[in-house]
Every structure is written in structure tokens, then in C-alpha cells.
Design a binder for this molecule. Structure first.
Ligand SMILES: Cc1cc2nc3c(=O)[nH]c(=O)nc-3n(C[C@H](O)[C@H](O)[C@H](O)COP(=O)(O)OP(=O)(O)OC[C@H]3O[C@@H](n4cnc5c(N)ncnc54)[C@H](O)[C@@H]3O)c2cc1C
Length: 416
């Protein structure tokens, strides 16, 4: 069933009795050509592109919980293509271009809203760094604009300009960045993959890999053994745990990251704003809530809930930047488990086990990457060669010293 304005009117006239479930609920088959482990944004996008772009069939996505229950439904919804390094920016630019056509591709309203991302700076050195980043972005086909203080004031007059501990000197404005309704992305990819014949199997936890003569043959799951020609693992925060079942130890640590939503307010924020003198970022959802977040809690965990010191830290950042936030009430907060890689960049690569492929290490930037991650992982699974925008996301970059350290802070997950 295609979604359209015409369909909406038709259903409205007949009491909405004709809508069908957005995807089927199939029983697992004994075997598939491709098994994707993890039904988050990346796993579902991989299945969608494998079927639609690479014309592969006999594909299953195995999800231990329900679609949208992981980080894809827990993030702060920001998308952007404002990276600096050559290993990163072409990939994130591909992702933003895929976001721009996503709703037509999926026939699904994911509420892609290019309302702009404004990275504030507070010193001359930060201005130099922003100018350099902006030039890098433009050279890779993205958009960037350097705003001075008055330029920022005209976008966001409510920021603390006059009495601030960290005066705002300007911002790097990226107008094509913005927000997307996160769980709609999971639902849209799931529906489209299902329409292309992919089996999406929920409540199916992968508990082990069957490996013989260094070749993976299938997965043990809570719903029985499932054979597979190729297996792609995209389990985000559970990367270390799942890959240890194949005997691998990853250069990844799991940490919790929290997010916060205020009560609904009238429209006040024009787009996404990030504080340059602390870790705080904020946008406003279409329902009116201010959606904001900051740093990871800073200790290894698989718990999807955080602790109060980071709440205090994030709120301090908010108050320093826009004191009016102190008058609004916090409605909800939650946590998600981040797969923090040692250089802050992802890994999309084959493993040393034949037929086993890995996608992870997204830190807290994996939502914006969802379309490109799915596209390039599908490319790798279908062709056994890395996609041209993802050649740097190799496992062996740590061994060879070819890290993609976007922030230049070394192997320190809490700083990426
Ligand atoms: C609070 C917060 C804010 C964030 N903000 C942003 C942001 O603004 N912009 C941005 O770009 N990124 C952001 N991120 C990061 C982004 O959400 C993640 O990097 C990205 O969603 C991870 O990919 P995914 O969607 O595939 O993960 P998930 O949705 O977590 O998918 C992984 C799936 O694997 C499943 N799984 C795990 N183990 C198994 C198993 N053994 N068998 C079967 N299935 C299994 C899980 O149940 C889960 O559904 C944020 C994250 C958090 C938590």
C-alpha cells in the first residue's frame, strides 16, 4: 500500500478501516542469503538498500527487541554534514544527500527538517578553526557560512550575549543541517525493506555464531538456528557483546549518553544550536519541547539510563548559553548505549572471519549517518568491496596508525 494524500482522504472517508500494518511479522526461515543482526536504523537501512539498490533477495533483519527501541529511537534527531577530515566528510555529505531524498525513496513522512545547525564559537582561535572547517565542508560539496556576533543575534536573539561568561563571537552556520523524526526513520526503513521482501524478525536475539573452518555459517538465536550466506552485524551499543560471540575484541567501549526534553513551548528556536564552550546542544521538536543533551556519563555500561552529575552539567551548559531555559520545566530524560570507538569514527568492514561483516563505533553521531551507513554497508555486503566514501572506516587503521580523529583528542572516548 502506497501512502499519499489521496490515500489519506480515502481512508478518512471510510473511517480509516483500510490501513494495513506497516510491515509483516514473519516466522524465521531456516536460512537466508543475508542476515542483518540489529533492527536499528543502520540494520534496517542496510536491508532496504541491499534489496532496493543491489537487488538482493532472501534477506532477514534479526532484532532482539522491537523496531525503534534502540538508539534510533533515543537520539536527539540531529543531522548534519559538517565534518572536517577527508575520511569523514564525503561519507556524511552522501548521508545528507540521502536524507534530502529519503521521504520520496521510502514513501514515508520522516519529517526531515533542514532548519539549520549553528555551532557557536567564543574565541578567536575557535573562529579560525570554524573557518577552516567551513572551507573543508565547502570543498567537499557541503554548505557553510561564517556568522559574526550580529549574525548570530539575528538568528537567535535570546542567547546570552551581554553578560556571558563565554561571550559569543560568532558561529559556523550549516543551513542544510537540521532534524528528522527519529523513530519515523526506523519505521520508514522497516516498511520499505518489508515491501522489498525483507523478513523483519523482532524478539529474536542473536546468542552466538556458528563458525567452521573460519567461515560463518549462521547464527544461534532465541528463536532457533538461522543459516546465512553473509552476516552483517549492526548492533550499535551492543557491538562489543555481540562480536565477542565470534571471538572478537573490538576497539570500542560502551558508554551511556542521556537526552532531555522540556515541556512544550511556542516556537522559539530557529534550528539546532551548539555551545562552543561546553558540551550542550539544543533544538526544538515540532511538538514544542526543547530537546537537548551533552556529554556521555563517562563510565563503561550497558544500562540505558544515566546519572545526576551529567544532568547538572548539561543544565549548567544550557543556563550559560540561554538563561531563559531555566524557566522551563524538564519533562523527560532517558539514556542510550553508545558504541564509542577509540578515534571517534566508525568501522564498516569485513572481519577476519569469512562471511562476517561489521558496522559500528558510531559514538554519538550515528543517527545522521543512518542512510549512508546502510548504503555503504549494503555495498560492502553485496560486492565485497568498500564503498568509495567509506574506504577509511577499516579495522586495521588502529594497527597502521591511520586514525580518523576528527576532534584530535586521541583514544579517549569521553572526549569524542
Ligand atoms: C541520547 C542520544 C542522543 C543522540 N543524538 C544523536 C544526534 O543528535 N545525531 C546523531 O547523528 N546521532 C545521535 N545519537 C547516536 C545515534 O542514535 C546512534 O549512533 C545510532 O542510532 C546507532 O545506530 P542504530 O540506529 O542502528 O542503533 P540502535 O537503534 O541501537 O540499533 C541496534 C539494535 O541492535 C539490537 N541488538 C543488540 N544486540 C542484539 C542481538 N544480540 N541480537 C539482535 N539484535 C540485537 C538492539 O536491540 C538495537 O535495536 C544519539 C544517541 C543517544 C543515545
Amino acid at each position: 500500500m502506497s501512502y499519499s494524500g489521496f490515500r489519506l482522504i480515502k481512508e478518512a472517508l471510510r473511517g480509516h478501516s483500510g490501513w494495513k500494518p506497516a510491515w509483516r511479522n514473519p516466522e524465521p526461515q531456516p536460512g537466508y542469503d543475508f542476515v542483518i543482526v540489529g533492527g536499528g536504523g543502520h540494520g534496517l537501512a542496510t536491508a532496504h538498500y541491499l534489496a532496493k539498490v543491489y537487488r538482493k533477495s532472501r534477506i532477514a533483519v534479526l532484532e532482539k527487541g522491537w523496531i525503534g527501541g534502540g538508539n534510533v529511537g533515543r537520539n536527539t534527531t540531529i543531522i548534519r554534514s559538517n565534518y572536517l577530515l577527508p575520511g569523514n566528510e564525503p561519507f556524511y555529505e552522501l548521508s545528507l544527500q540521502l536524507w534530502e531524498g529519503l521521504e520520496q525513496d521510502l514513501n514515508y513522512n520522516a519529517m526531515v527538517s533542514q532548519r539549520g545547525v549553528m555551532n557557536l564559537f567564543h574565541s578567536d582561535a575557535q573562529r579560525d578553526a570554524a573557518r577552516r572547517r567551513g572551507n573543508g565542508m565547502i570543498l567537499h560539496g557541503s554548505d557553510a557560512e561564517l556568522l559574526d556576533t550580529d549574525g548570530v543575534r539575528s538568528e537567535a536573539p535570546f542567547l546570552n550575549f551581554n553578560n556571558a561568561r563565554f561571550p559569543i563571537k560568532g558561529a559556523l552556520m550549516h543551513r542544510r543541517g537540521g532534524t528528522v523524526r527519529h523513530d519515523a526513520v526506523a519505521w520508514g526503513y522497516a516498511r520499505s525493506a518489508d515491501r522489498h521482501g525483507v523478513d523483519i524478525i523482532q524478539n529474536c536475539e542473536v546468542t552466538g555464531f556458528r563458525i567452521e573452518n573460519n567461515r560463518v555459517l549462521g547464527v544461534e538465536t532465541s528463536r532457533g538456528y538461522i543459516g546465512a550466506g553473509k552476516i552483517g552485524v549492526a548492533v550499535a551499543g551492543s557491538s562489543g557483546r555481540v562480536m565477542s560471540q565470534a571471538g572478537m575484541r573490538l576497539p570500542i567501549e560502551s558508554h551511556v549518553l542521556q537526552a532531555f526534553v522540556s515541556e512544550g513551548l511556542k516556537p522559539v528556536l530557529p534550528g539546532v544550536i551548539t555551545f562552543g564552550a561546553g558540551h550542550f546542544y539544543v533544538s526544538q521538536s515540532d511538538k514544542g519541547g526543547l530537546v537537548f543533551g551533552g556529554d556521555i556519563d563517562g563510565y563503561n555500561t550497558y544500562a540505558q539510563r544515566g546519572n545526576l552529575p551529567v544532568v547538572e552539567d548539561v543544565c549548567e551548559g544550557g543556563m550559560a548559553l540561554m538563561p531563559m531555559i531555566g524557566r522551563t520545566r524538564l519533562l523527560r530524560m532517558w539514556g542510550g548505549v553508545m558504541d564509542m570507538s577509540m578515534d571517534g569514527s566508525p568501522i564498516i568492514d569485513r572481519t577476519q572471519i569469512d562471511g562476517l561483516y561489521f558496522n559500528g563505533g558510531w559514538c554519538y553521531g550515528g543517527f545522521k549517518a543512518t542512510p549512508a551507513s546502510g548504503r555503504v554497508f549494503a555495498h560492502l555486503l553485496a560486492t565485497d568491496t568498500p564503498h568509495e566514501t567509506a574506504t577509511a572506516y577499516r579495522f586495521d587503521r588502529f594497527e597502521k596508525g591511520l586514525m580518523i580523529d576528527e576532534k584530535g583528542v586521541g583514544a579517549q572516548p569521553n572526549l569524542h
